[in-house]
Design a protein around this ligand. Structure first.
Ligand SMILES: [Zn+2]
Length: 195
């Protein structure tokens, strides 16, 4: 599965959004890939997970770990394809951690999976939490790499689609200059997509 096929899956499920968006980084963008809208369909999530799992075919993976919430579904599907266990990390007092009774044994081979890598920040935090728990982190995968391949998380990394999305600081954003209201994709857009 290559970048055009992944984008087509997003387009046909309405997950490729065009407009004026405020990203988590504070930068503005004219496009946004809302992974939840493609992953709401098991018929899309399963092949995406299988394709991402194939990128780690030569790697021993006992467990897939994903940062919540965005990584949980794709992490589960990658784990299914690899015959691995699926767990997730979440923030507690701002710090990424394993909760809900999830444990890893010392030296357990863990693959970190998330939906989108932008700077690699949440993947790095997840890797740190797993290493502190004693795991051996063997790689990191995502559906989308929005860093143009530049994000460095310190382990072998793979993505199904690598994009270099143009972003603007609010002060130099052409859509702001044109008076177009900006939206945060996580909130209003997602609500608008409810059936
Ligand atoms: Zn703007």
């Amino acid at each position: 599965m290559d970048t055009p096929e992944v984008i087509e899956r997003f387009r046909r499920t309405g997950a490729l959004l065009e407009g004026h968006f405020v990203l988590t980084s504070g930068l503005h963008s004219t496009g946004y890939l809302q992974c939840a809208l493609v992953l709401q369909h098991p018929s899309e999530a399963e092949p995406l997970g299988r394709a991402l799992a194939e990128r780690f075919a030569g790697t021993r993976v006992e467990t897939v770990a994903a940062p919540a919430i965005g990584g949980i579904i794709i992490g589960w599907e990658v784990a299914r394809a690899l015959g691995a266990r699926s767990i997730w990390t979440e923030r507690e007092d701002g710090r990424m951690t394993l909760r809900r009774g999830f444990i890893v044994r010392p030296g357990e081979s863990v693959l970190v999976v998330e939906d989108v890598v932008t700077t690699g920040g949440s993947t790095r935090e997840t890797i740190e939490a797993l290493r502190e728990a004693g795991a051996l982190v063997v790689g990191a995968g995502s559906i989308i790499d929005r860093s143009g391949g530049r994000a460095d998380v310190g382990v072998a990394r793979a993505a199904l689609a690598t994009l270099d999305v143009p972003t603007h600081a609010p002060a130099t954003c052409p859509l702001c200059a044109a008076g177009v209201p900006a939206v945060k994709p996580g909130s209003r857009i997602a609500e608008g997509s409810r059936p």
